[in-house]
Ligand binder design. Structure first.
Ligand code: ADP
Ligand code: MG
Length: 323
């Protein structure tokens, strides 16, 4: 059983940032308003995610670590819809199989919390403790029993930059939630959680970007686009600031990136990349999110239509706002 979980862990957990992403999405699914993430040494020493969501009942806490024990699939259609974030039911089982994980959770209907500790898939401890409503998860000793994977980890700086990128994207995708991120005790990020995308972009990406945004809002038969483009004068040397969200989730997709870059073509220097925060709403049947469970690549059917709509919308929006 643990070997199966370790194999599945290889799919789900590529690096500390993948754990952070899974834990954040669980907190979002639990209806959290505040999510606090604390990282030590790029996630090698410690990953801690604390939320104020609905929590887990004491009776359900062990089964949360069983593979495929998701509480999120009610019927087969849910598998195809993007509206629930986690639906594979294997993140916690995978993490527990390759690390030490401690969970303290208090359900909203309970006046006590439970603390459970697992390592290498085995329960080491379980006991009632005092805590506020919500869930806190602490991951230590990552890849302790899979040395080949441990060796593959990059420097603290690189691993933390992956984490920071994921938290930034999740915070931007969820401007109604407040995110706080710390690395080695230092606060790196704090978003207001006031539901305003612009304020969130300001908090995450800074004033220069936030003061040069152009709103985009277009509805087509197949897709709806919203969010912000950034003036072409501001650009980056990589795709680091091209953010795409499909039906509310941060995703990577080469097609959407290409469409936006084509629209910016000639407005920015060769080799430079635009800054965009583009929210794409499409009918879930046009999207397949699980192309890669960890990397969150998506595939669109009718990709040509999507490409054309995005390119045209971005081009027109830039033109209309040409000073
Ligand atoms: P999935 O999210 O796909 O259901 P996970 O392995 O990520 O699978 O989580 C297993 C289960 O544990 C979830 O279905 C949920 O019931 C519970 N759970 C995990 N994290 C939290 C959390 N932060 N708050 C409340 N419940 C949680
Ligand atoms: Mg999950």
């Amino acid at each position: 059983q643990n070997v199966a979980n370790q194999i599945s862990a290889g799919e789900v957990i590529e690096r500390p940032a993948s754990i952070v992403k899974e834990l954040i999405e669980n907190s979002i699914d639990a209806g959290a308003k505040n999510i606090e993430i604390k990282i030590e040494d790029g996630g090698r020493d410690l990953i801690k995610v604390k939320d104020d969501g609905h929590g887990i009942l004491a009776d359900d806490i062990e089964s949360a670590f069983n593979r495929y024990a998701t509480s999120k699939i009610e019927n087969i259609d849910d598998l195809y819809s993007l509206y629930s974030l986690g639906f594979r039911g294997e993140a916690l089982a995978s993490i527990a199989s390759v690390a030490e994980i401690e969970m303290i959770s208090r359900h909203q209907d309970s006046d006590q919390a439970v603390k459970i500790k697992l390592k290498g898939g085995e329960i080491l401890d379980k006991k009632p403790v005092g805590s506020t409503i919500g869930t806190e998860i602490i991951v230590r000793d990552l890849f302790f029993n899979t040395p080949a994977r441990y060796k593959y980890l990059k420097t603290t700086t690189t691993e933390f930059s992956h984490i920071s990128k994921i938290v930034s994207a999740e915070a931007t995708a969820n401007s109604d939630l407040s995110f706080k991120l710390y690395h080695n005790g230092r606060q790196i990020l704090s978003t207001p959680g006031n539901g305003k995308l612009k304020d969130t972009i300001y908090a995450v990406y800074g004033s220069e970007i936030a003061e040069n945004l152009i709103p985009i809002d277009i509805e087509d038969r197949y897709i709806k686009l919203s969010g912000y483009l950034c003036r072409p004068e501001l650009s980056r040397s990589s795709r680091s600031h091209e953010l795409f969200f499909v039906n509310g989730r941060p995703i990577f997709n080469n097609l959407t990136a290409k469409a936006v870059e084509t629209a910016y073509n000639k407005l920015i220097d060769p080799g430079r990349r635009p800054i965009v925060f583009l929210f794409i709403k499409v009918n879930p049947i046009l999207v397949d999110v699980n192309v890669h469970p960890a990397k969150r690549e998506v595939k669109f059917s009718r990709s040509q239509i999507i490409f054309d709509v995005i390119k045209k919308a971005v081009r027109n929006t830039l033109r209309e706002n040409d000073p």
